[in-house]
Every structure is written in structure tokens, then in C-alpha cells.
Unconditional design. Structure first.
Length: 437
């Protein structure tokens, strides 16, 4: 049997690689928009990755996240452009998708595993446009234009008076804040789409792009805002959120000239399935409600993130937080309040196995404990939902920038929505927890 010369084999392999690359570029670019607040930003430190390996449910996902050397992958056909996670509100990060596009250096949000799995499910090339800012509400910061102005309810006004705050100033500040991050989001998406090669140098304008999906992961600041939602302890107490969400979907589609763009809503999952309080359960229902509307059936999906919560990890975190008064008192009694001494005292409250598990988290509970074991499967679930919608939605391919110049529709302050219960959002903790032992 005659053997193929080495040089021919090399040429054949090189040709196959080139054909594969051309095949990828022959497809329209799939563009996905990822938007929301701090959990879309992502507070998951890469140091928590190894603790996925101990669970058979997450170990296969970890394998997809790492390269052959055990380091986080750098995806060659998935690119990302992001604002809101570095520097000020408009500081941009861009490049091939890897870790570090979360809320801080060395952190991820759902974008990392979303990108990995959306490429596996749909093929490449893929562009993610991420717009996320911590501590932002839908009722004010992301308020869509068609929702009209923020309407102050009786309870909110009474709270202002009880606190001896200036009502006129509070209303003026609310007007100024209303819709700011909605407009930033739309403006940035349109900026990226106007010059995709600035972000993805491999982009072929002749092949064009599809606005393949919008992933929304937000909610905490609305959930805790009992001024805007004073009946949040009752069924239907968050109905206004549902109405705003439906308006957001319609307005985003209109402002991006993408009337059929699929939407995926990530329902808040903090405290999991078994330990969530009634307001949390009612809020999740409100998040999911728009998908049941006739006009959104088949083009809006809801991903429940509560099933990915880790009850055991939360229990350890609760213990850890609860021990701090004791640890601080012991350190003071020893007249050694150094950080290292406090860590030593803290470790005495946990077994070696528990200390190992504690290293699987890097943030507070409202940030999904900063645990890759929780967030990585959520990103995968978002990708699966988006891919399912994509496969049954015929989307137009844009081969040139067809969006009109950015002239944002104003919020008409002389027109109040039919139903609205606005308020001053309550302050939210944004600092990470003390470094775990």
C-alpha cells in the first residue's frame, strides 16, 4: 500500500482547517444581546471553577469551560462587546469570549457558558453584546419609553414625608433617572451593530448578521423595592413588573428594528426552590407572566434559575456570616484583630471538607453566592432556551446597517401609564463579602 507523502498530508489538513474556517464565516453572524443588572454582570470568580468538578451535574460543564491545559477557554468564533462591567457606565470591553467579562477582573457572569453552549448548539460565528449595570431597576432605570413616566403611589409619597424628604426634589430626581439605562443599552447595541468589524475582525459584511436573541437577567432591585410594589407580600403584588416587562420586549424590538427577535427572561432564583419567601415566589411569577401573553407565545421563553441554586452552599454561607460577631469578639479578646488571626478563628468553626466547599463561592447570596457551580449551568440554560427559539424563528439577515440614526423616543412626561406604582429604589449592597477562608 502506497503511503501519502508527509507534505501532502500537511496540505490536506491545512485545507480542511481553512475550509472549516470559511464554512464558519459563510454563515450569518448570530448576534445575541445580554442585558440586566448585577447578576448579568456576574460576580463569579474563576477561583470557584474547581468546585464544579465534585458534582456529576456540573463536572461536564466544567470540562467545556476549560482547555486541554485546564485553563479557561478562549473561544475563537465567539466575540463579545460589553459595557457596564469595567470603569464607568460606558467603559467598553471587547474581544474573544473568555473569562474576565464579569463584574470584575477574573470574574464571569452567564455570558461565558452561554457563549460556549450557543456555539455548540447553533455553530459559529457568534457575537455577544452585553449591557449590564449593578443595582438597576426596571421600574426606573431600564423603564421602557412606552411605559410613560414614573407615577408616584400614595405609599411612596407617605414614606417621603415620614422621612422629611423634599417631595419635589425626589420627583425631579426620578424624572432624571427614568429610562437612562434603557437608552444606554439601545445606544450601545446600535453602536456595535453599526461597525461589527471593530469588535469582530473576522466578520464578513457580505454574510451579514441576525439579531438572534435578547437575554434578560434582572430583578433584584425591583424585588426589594417595597415602595414601588407595596403589595409585594400578596399575590399580584408585582403585576406592574409584568406590564413593564412586556413593554420592554416591544420597545426593544421596535428600537432595534427587530420585530421577531426572540427573548429569554431569566427568572430570579436566589434562595432556590425550597427556601424562597412569598414575595420572591410572587416576583418569579411576575417575571414569567409575559411569556404567557398571546403575542409572545413561541417567541419569549422563561428560564427558571432557582433549580440551579445550591442549598448546601447557602447553608454554609449563612453559618459563615453568622460566625463573624463571635470571631470578632474572640479576636478582640486575644488583642489580635489582624485579618489572618480572624481567618484562623473562623476556620475553627468548619471541618476541612466544609472549608473546601466554602471556596466554591465568592460573593453574597443575592449574587448567586458568586459560585460557578450555580452560574455556569444558568448560562448553559439560557443558551439552550435561546437556541430552541432560534431554530423555530425565521430571522432576517442584515447585510448592511439598516438601523436609522439614533433618535431615542422620549418618555412623555405628560402621559401617565394606566397602571404604575413607582417608588424610590431601596439601597442594595454592592460590596463583595469578606474573602472566604
Amino acid at each position: 500500500m502506497r503511503q501519502c507523502p508527509v507534505w501532502k498530508m500537511v496540505a490536506m489538513v491545512g485545507g480542511l482547517v481553512l475550509m472549516a474556517a470559511r464554512s464558519v464565516q459563510a454563515q450569518p453572524l448570530k448576534v445575541f444581546i445580554l442585558a440586566g443588572q448585577s447578576n448579568m454582570q456576574g460576580h463569579v470568580n474563576v477561583s470557584t471553577f474547581p468546585y464544579m468538578a465534585d458534582d456529576p451535574k456540573t463536572a461536564p460543564i466544567l470540562k467545556e469551560m476549560l482547555n486541554a491545559r485546564g485553563k479557561p477557554k478562549v473561544l475563537q468564533n465567539v466575540w463579545i462587546a460589553s459595557i457596564g462591567c469595567a470603569g464607568n457606565d460606558t467603559t467598553e470591553q471587547k474581544g474573544k469570549l473568555t473569562t474576565g467579562f464579569g463584574a470584575g477582573p477574573g470574574e464571569i457572569g452567564p455570558e461565558f457558558t452561554f457563549g460556549i453552549y450557543i456555539e455548540k448548539l447553533l455553530g459559529g460565528p457568534v457575537l455577544l453584546i452585553k449591557t449590564s449595570w449593578g443595582g438597576k431597576s426596571l421600574n426606573t432605570d431600564f423603564r421602557p419609553p412606552s411605559a410613560g413616566p414614573y407615577v408616584w403611589n400614595h405609599y411612596a409619597l407617605e414614606q417621603l414625608k415620614l422621612r422629611h424628604e423634599n417631595v419635589a426634589q425626589a420627583k425631579a430626581a426620578k424624572i432624571k433617572a427614568t429610562g437612562v439605562y434603557y437608552r444606554l443599552m439601545i445606544k450601545y447595541v446600535r453602536k456595535v451593530l453599526a461597525n461589527i468589524k471593530r469588535v469582530d475582525p473576522q466578520y464578513n459584511p457580505k454574510q451579514g448578521y441576525e439579531l438572534a436573541g435578547f437575554i434578560w437577567f434582572q430583578g433584584w432591585n425591583d424585588y426589594v423595592d417595597n415602595w414601588t410594589y407595596p403589595n409585594n407580600h400578596k399575590p399580584g403584588g408585582y403585576d406592574q413588573y409584568s406590564r413593564l416587562m412586556a413593554m420592554l420586549i416591544n420597545d426593544v424590538r421596535k428600537d432595534l428594528s427587530a420585530p421577531h427577535m426572540p427573548f429569554v427572561i431569566g427568572a430570579l432564583g436566589v434562595d432556590g426552590v425550597h427556601h424562597a419567601n412569598k414575595p420572591m415566589l410572587y416576583f418569579r411569577q411576575a417575571e414569567a407572566a409575559p411569556a404567557l401573553l398571546p403575542q409572545f407565545k413561541g417567541n419569549v421563553a422563561v428560564v427558571k434559575t432557582a433549580p440551579y441554586w445550591d442549598d448546601k452552599l447557602e447553608a454554609l454561607f449563612t453559618r459563615y456570616q453568622g460566625y463573624w460577631p463571635k470571631v470578632n469578639a474572640e479576636a478582640a479578646a486575644e488583642k489580635n484583630t489582624s485579618w489572618n488571626n480572624k481567618l484562623r478563628l473562623m476556620r475553627e468553626n468548619f471541618t476541612p471538607e466544609e472549608l473546601k466547599q466554602l471556596k466554591g463561592m465568592s460573593a453574597f447570596d443575592f449574587h448567586y453566592l458568586g459560585a460557578a457551580k450555580i452560574m455556569a449551568p444558568i448560562g448553559k440554560a439560557f443558551a439552550e432556551a435561546a437556541a430552541k427559539l432560534d431554530k423555530k424563528t425565521q430571522l432576517p439577515v442584515v447585510t448592511r446597517t439598516s438601523l436609522k440614526p439614533i433618535v431615542m423616543r422620549p418618555i412623555h412626561l405628560n402621559h401617565a401609564p394606566k397602571a404604575g406604582t413607582p417608588s424610590t429604589p431601596q439601597p442594595m449592597l454592592t460590596a463583595p463579602p469578606t474573602r472566604l477562608p
